[in-house]
Write a protein that binds this ligand. Structure first.
Ligand code: SF4
Length: 194
């Protein structure tokens, strides 16, 4: 379990009870922390009650805007502007509206995984990366609190995201992204661009 920090928000009000006899019994929120700029938005990490690695190719097939890296075992997608990353044993999400929304999203992901598992006989698993991230997808992972700071040499974050999209830049040029607090965003972005 990840250590709690002082800025963790209360972890309460999980709307879904653990589901007995289901593939995935629960998605347990480990921490919820504020987004860096908008205090009414949160990011969170949750752990799966079992390893779901075998389900990632099936989820890649059913989630419309998924970006999947099979060798890394990482699947990213956006859900109502919330940015979700699934790993075999855990998940992270950014830009959830609040703690209630975070818990609801965790429960929805548990239900999505269980529903996909029940229907896996009808689903052709997809091991390929199905689409490249757009510049706007990339923009969503850049540090909001330094928006348009210019340290990467570009006038705007969107210009930097467009460069990455064209394969012309390296994410290390965005120095704010190298801070420890952005490790999850950095990892997701590297996986998307690899
Ligand atoms: S350094 Fe990062 S945060 Fe600053 S403008 Fe460039 S991309 Fe945006």
């Amino acid at each position: 379990m990840s250590p709690r920090s002082d800025d963790d928000l209360e972890i309460a009000g999980f709307p879904g009870e653990p589901q007995k006899n289901e593939y995935l019994r629960s998605v347990d929120v480990i921490y919820i922390r504020p987004c860096f700029v908008q205090s009414d938005q949160v990011r969170f990490r949750a752990e799966f009650s079992r390893d779901i690695g075998e389900m990632l190719p099936y989820l890649n097939a059913v989630i419309p805007n998924a970006i999947y890296n099979h060798s890394e075992g990482i699947l990213c997608y956006t859900d109502a502007l919330r940015m979700v990353t699934l790993y075999p044993e855990s998940m992270t999400a950014m830009k959830a509206k609040n703690t209630t929304d975070a818990h609801r999203l965790a429960a929805d992901i548990r239900d999505l995984i269980n529903d996909t598992y029940r229907r896996r006989g009808e689903i052709q698993p997809c091991y390929a990366r199905r689409e490249l991230p757009s510049a706007m997808d990339i923009l969503g992972w850049l540090p909001e609190e330094e928006y348009n700071c210019g340290r990467c040499g570009e006038a705007t974050c969107l210009a930097f995201a467009s460069r990455l999209y064209r394969g012309e830049g390296e994410i290390e040029r965005c120095s704010p992204l190298l801070q420890r607090k952005h490790a999850e965003a950095r990892e997701a972005l590297r996986s998307m661009l690899r």
